[in-house]
Design a protein around this ligand. Structure first.
Ligand code: FA5
Length: 334
């Protein structure tokens, strides 16, 4: 056998031995060790090539080519075996880590919507479905919008109906959402239907009065809007919010911005009456402040307190609970 044949034979034997070792490897780790043993810098193939010294210049490239073929072939066998080993390794892991779907899990702690947010959403949904626009106005209001434009002149006793927080610059924290009526009419022409929810402020505090509370104003203006429309609308609203489980009482009342005016009280069977809203037909003086021709339009308006609605709906006795953020209270609305 010539030297060349000798080396070629060694290479082929090394290849066969390597393939057998690769096949026998039972983990990526042992497979890698086997690869290094044959193809690494100090591996068997390199060792054989180092023995090329005795070959002629023509023979050397031929042997080099065979060595490359052997190395390439082994790389392919290596990759295929590695694939198989990795797959069976991950299958074994999956089988071991199998999930017990009947095991009770840990529940994330869930928050709850605030009862006032729930109530407001319910009221907004009702009016939105009836085609009302939803408007907003500033909480720091000009005296003119909060009072004068609503037919409450400076020296009129009606100014004291609501205890006002005055600002140093002469502005007020709005005492009701009625000023939004004026702002809305200034920027819209009749016919119109809108509600204006928002926070209002008064120097006032006990179990049914909070210094900050939330009103929803309503305003409908058109050519033939009547008191009957007002009553029908409020009845439909109360039915939507309380279903049939509530008694309704309408009392004549007084507001400078409506004429005639009324207040609505509600009571659960066996409970006490609670006033929830004021309403009436828009006073012509209010149309004039807003720039409408009071001989051409009529309208109704109302202002309701959503804390009072929520107190009755959820059976809450003290209005202050809404603002104390006691989680034991809030959790009940989950
Ligand atoms: C007004 O504020 C009128 N602007 C309502 C109105 C609008 C009448 C349009 C006619 C036309 P009153 O002060 O009564 O009215 O308040 C209306 C509602 O707000 C009350 O019925 C009550 O539900 C609620 N409310 C009043 N004061 C408080 C308070 N301090 N805390 C909680 N809710 C209150």
């Amino acid at each position: 056998m010539t030297d060349r044949e000798q080396i070629e034979k060694q290479l082929r034997e090394a290849q066969a031995q390597a393939e057998a070792d690769f096949a026998a490897a039972d983990s990526p780790q042992t497979l890698y060790e086997a690869k290094t043993k044959y193809l690494g810098k100090k591996g068997a193939v390199k060792a054989i090539l180092r023995g090329l010294g005795g070959l002629s210049a023509e023979e050397r490239p031929l042997i080099g080519q065979i060595a490359n073929e052997v190395a390439d072939a082994l790389e392919i066998v290596y990759d295929a075996r590695l694939d198989v080993l990795k797959r069976s390794e991950s299958e074994a892991k999956l089988a071991q880590d199998s999930i017990d779907v009947s095991f009770p899990g840990t529940w994330p702690v869930r928050g709850a919507r605030h009862p006032l947010a729930l109530m407001l959403e319910e009221i907004e949904e009702f009016f939105y479905s009836m085609g009302y626009d939803i408007a907003e106005g500033p909480e720091i209001e000009q005296e003119w919008y909060n009072f004068d434009a609503l037919n409450i002149p400076a020296d009129h006793p009606a100014r004291d109906m609501q205890d006002t927080f005055w600002m140093k610059n002469g502005g007020v924290l709005r005492t009701h959402t009625s000023p939004v009526q004026i702002r809305y009419m200034q920027s819209h022409q009749p016919p119109l239907r809108m509600i204006a929810p928002g926070r209002v402020y008064r120097c006032d505090s006990d179990v049914t009065h909070s210094p900050m509370f939330t009103q929803v104003e309503g305003l409908v203006v058109g050519e033939d809007v009547s008191f009957r429309h007002l009553i029908g609308t409020l009845e439909a609203l109360l039915k939507h919010v309380f279903e049939d489980s509530i008694e309704i009482r309408l009392r004549p009342s007084f507001f400078p911005f409506t004429e005639p005016s009324a207040e609505v009280d509600l009571r659960r069977a066996g409970g006490d009456w609670m006033e929830v809203l004021g309403c009436g037909m828009v006073n012509p003086a209010v149309f004039e402040s807003a720039g409408y021709d009071s001989s051409k339009v009529t309208g109704f308006a109302f202002g309701l307190g959503i804390e009072r609605f929520a107190m009755i709906k959820y059976g809450i006795r003290d209005i202050r609970l809404f603002y104390e953020n006691d989680v034991r209270f809030l959790r009940q609305f989950r």
